[in-house]
Ligand binder design. Sequence first.
Ligand code: URA
Length: 275
Amino acid sequence: MPHNARDRITLQASLRDYLEQLREEGLDGLPIAAPHPRVEPSAALQAAGSSAAGATPSDSTPETRSTAAGGGDLFYRYPGLAQTANLDELRDFIGDCQRCKLAPLRTKLVFGTGYPQAQLMFVGEGPGADEDLQGEPFVGRAGQLLTDIIERGMGLRRAQVYICNVIKCRPPDNRNPEPDEVASCESFLFRQIDLVRPRVIVGLGTFAVQALLKVKTPISKLRGRWQEVRGVRLMPTFHPAYLLRNPADKRLVWMDIQEVMRELKLPLPRRGAPA
Ligand code: URA
């Protein structure tokens, strides 16, 4: 797809998200545009088999994907954020963040990890105790289960996908992030999405999906149904920590993951769900 067409799609997505945000804040009467065209999976992805989710698509180099990402300062909370051209610049922009009340409580800020041009992105809620210590998302027990889903379930390596959270610092006692903390941090997540430009995002659990979509619908109603955020297809599913408490629902997550694999043209295993 030509760069200017991608730019247009990204800008449309930004404007639409912004208008929806205004509407949720109480402004009505603004026209919400019809859904913008979806970027189809590339031929490269279709051909590349198990390395596909980390492959660079044939119709955009990393450079064009970075420069296409944006939407301008209109969308982001922080001036200058739209000018960050890659994930390293974004990490530098965030710096030793003191923008919310979680900052003094953290050990390490947990930015995100994985392949910067991944076609598949996982978004969780926020760091737990292990992540806070190590500075990497999903490294505790829930993280091990996520790694199993990626590696044993999808046949990918963890390093081929991109993994991050809605908020980058651990809330005390693993409480849910508060609205002001999300408001301080969410622009960084949206910029990560715009820079990575994955084909598919998997939203892990209620909190992440509600933050991505700006809705209050429970995950039980959202899971398994395609949504869209920032022009990218979003598959909501249960959080791995929930699965540790409710292993019977692994079956549902496996269904959602298979849907993602179909979308990415990844080969489905003949055997059933990984244990
Ligand atoms: N749970 C999350 O949502 N994110 C992590 O990084 C770890 C656990």
